[in-house]
Every structure is written in structure tokens, then in C-alpha cells.
Design a protein around this ligand. Structure first.
Ligand code: NAP
Length: 298
């Protein structure tokens, strides 16, 4: 039986793993995609202490290596469900079942979709949710980014160095991004700001070739990068977990959920500021709480 089972090997989960191993606990982290989490899709990290300019993949790889070198086991499979047996938990995955004394949910979030007809069909064929992953396919082409938050503006800036033209489409006439990035976007000659517009139609033959806006305008584009926020999906993991808003796990800064022995860390927790630094902070707090819980219950 593991002492701590972490669901999600992003910055929050892997930091929890590091703290768990440093307290000599038996730790496993489950990851359905790539260890490192969402941060590996970030081009440059400039707001985390000590390593300005480090790329997301570099950060993710270094963090995974640090965790694995300490002895965190990373199991690459999707967790279907966690059963609460009250003095321990059973973790059901597609590749087998595991048991643990405590659980740390660090599943992060996934991209919010537009919900339009043909969106799934054109995903990977003109529609992407990650500029650093797919931007290179659009060298000297015309692309659009949808969204008005920090992520969308970062995506637009990144793409403006690759594509010939970037339309940045936002439903309001004011961004919700930091002033410095807004200024950088406004200074880019090949970014056209399209305010007060929603995408209503995706069109193309086998691959996306144009989008229509509710302003009546149609844009001929080679690629669309959707960056309209992210959504968590934690409620299905374990019965009776208290969730709030759009499926975020309800827990305070102590990272304790309503279920004894279950902790939560990172973007999936209901909180004010979702950043790398708050994710790693949560990981440390959740692991420390799990370690105390194990001592108190053994
Ligand atoms: P976000 O801040 O929630 O922004 C989402 C954007 O998408 C908003 O502009 C929103 O419009 C728009 N939107 C939402 N639903 C939409 C829909 N159905 N159709 C059209 N537009 C829609 O999300 P995010 O940019 O992914 O950022 C997530 C968190 O990470 C934020 O806290 C952000 O500050 C942080 N972050 C920080 C950095 C950094 O370098 N500091 C970088 C990336 C992300 P409205 O504005 O009209 O609501």
C-alpha cells in the first residue's frame, strides 16, 4: 500500500511527491498524459522565482526528474475512480488497481471548448488549444486566437513570431490580461485585434479554412487557437467530494477536502490565483497535511 497517491503529475502533484519522499513516504503519482502538466505548453516562464526565461518543457522535465530521482513512482495511466474504504483508498485505473492511505488530487484543468459544430472534426486539422504545441505548423500562415485572458494574449504573441498574421478575437472590448502583455500585443504590427466578437461558425473541407463571427465578418484563416479558459474535472474521481462552481474542488489554503485523507493541490482547487507558484505551494501544503494525517492515523 502506498502512503500517498497523487492524481496528476503536474507542478502541484510532483511538488507534493517531492515533499512526500523527503518525509520518507511511499509515493505514487498517476498521469494520463505527460509528466510536467500544463506548464509544458508554456513557451517561457518569467514569473517563477530564480529561473526567468526557462521554457515550460525544461521546467516540466527538470521537475519530473527531481521527483523521480527522489523515488516518486510515476504511473502513466488514467485514474477512472477512487473508492473510499474509510481507512484506505482504492485507486482504479485502466491498467490495474492500487491502494493508498491518502490521496492528493492534482488533476489541473483542461481547455474549454467553443462548443461549435465541427470543432472536434477540425481539432488537429486547423483547430488547436496550444500554440507552443502546434504553432510551428503555421509558419507564414494566417491564424486566429480566440480569448481575452493572459493565455490568449501569450498565444497571440507567440504566434505573431511564426505566422504572417494573427487575428486576436475577444468577445468584449477589454482584455482581462496583465497590462505588460496587453502592451506587447498592441505593439505587434501583425496582430489585428477583433473586439466584441464571438465565433459562430467553423467551415472548411476536411480542414478548417474560415470562421464566421457574430458581427457578420468571415475570416479566411489557416488555423484557430482556442484559448477561452480552462475547466477542471474532479467531481467524478471520488464520491461525495464537495465541488464548487464549474467542478473545482472546495478546499481552503490548507488543501483539505471534505473527505478525511483526501487533499487537493493546484489549479483544480477553488482559489483566487492559479499560477505555477501557487500550484507548487499547494503541493507542499497538501503533502505536509497528508503526512500529518498518516502519523495521526497509524
Ligand atoms: P481566463 O483568464 O479565464 O480568460 C479566459 C478568456 O476567455 C476571457 O477573456 C473570457 O472572456 C474568454 N471566454 C471565456 N469563455 C468564452 C466563450 N465561451 N467564448 C468566448 N470567449 C470566452 O483564462 P486563461 O487566459 O486561460 O488564464 C487562466 C489563469 O491562468 C488566469 O488566472 C490567468 O491570469 C493565468 N495565467 C497567467 C499567465 C501569466 O503569465 N501570468 C499566463 C497564462 C495564464 P471575458 O474576459 O469576457 O470573460
Amino acid at each position: 500500500m502506498y502512503d500517498i497517491a497523487i492524481i496528476g503529475a503536474g507542478p502541484a502533484g510532483l511538488t507534493a511527491g517531492i515533499y512526500g519522499k523527503r518525509a520518507n513516504k511511499k509515493v505514487i503519482a498517476f498521469e494520463k498524459l505527460t509528466a510536467g502538466g500544463q506548464i509544458i505548453n508554456t513557451s517561457k516562464i518569467n514569473n517563477y522565482p530564480v529561473t526567468p526565461g526557462i521554457t515550460g518543457p525544461e521546467f516540466g522535465q527538470a521537475l519530473s526528474k527531481q521527483a523521480e530521482d527522489l523515488g516518486v513512482e510515476i504511473e502513466y495511466s488514467e485514474v477512472a475512480h477512487i473508492d473510499n474504504n474509510h481507512d484506505y483508498f482504492s485507486i482504479v485505473t485502466e491498467d490495474g488497481n492500487y491502494t493508498a492511505k491518502t490521496i492528493i488530487i492534482a488533476t489541473g484543468t483542461e481547455p474549454r471548448k467553443l462548443g461549435l459544430e465541427h470543432e472536434d472534426e477540425f481539432t488537429g486539422k486547423g483547430i488547436s488549444y496550444c500554440a507552443t504545441c502546434d504553432g510551428a505548423f503555421y509558419k507564414d500562415k494566417v491564424v486566429a486566437v480566440n480569448g481575452g485572458g493572459n493565455s490568449a494574449l501569450h498565444e497571440a504573441l507567440y504566434l505573431s513570431d511564426i505566422a504572417s498574421k494573427v487575428y486576436l478575437i475577444h468577445r468584449r472590448d477589454e482584455f482581462r490580461a496583465s497590462d505588460d502583455i496587453v502592451e506587447k500585443v498592441k505593439a505587434k504590427e501583425n496582430i489585428e485585434l477583433v473586439f466584441g466578437a464571438n465565433i459562430t461558425e467553423l467551415a472548411g473541407d476536411k480542414k478548417l479554412s474560415s470562421i464566421t463571427l457574430d458581427t457578420g465578418r468571415t475570416l479566411e484563416i489557416d488555423g484557430l487557437f482556442v484559448s477561452i479558459g480552462r475547466i477542471p474535472n474532479a467531481s467524478k474521481l471520488i464520491d461525495d467530494l464537495t465541488i464548487v462552481d464549474d467542478d473545482y474542488v472546495d478546499a481552503g489554503e490548507d488543501c483539505k477536502t471534505n473527505i478525511s485523507g483526501v487533499f487537493v493541490a493546484g489549479d483544480v482547487r477553488e482559489k483566487e490565483l492559479r499560477q505555477l507558484v501557487t500550484a507548487t505551494s499547494d503541493g507542499a501544503i497538501a503533502a505536509t497535511a497528508a503526512i500529518k494525517y498518516i502519523s495521526a492515523n497509524s
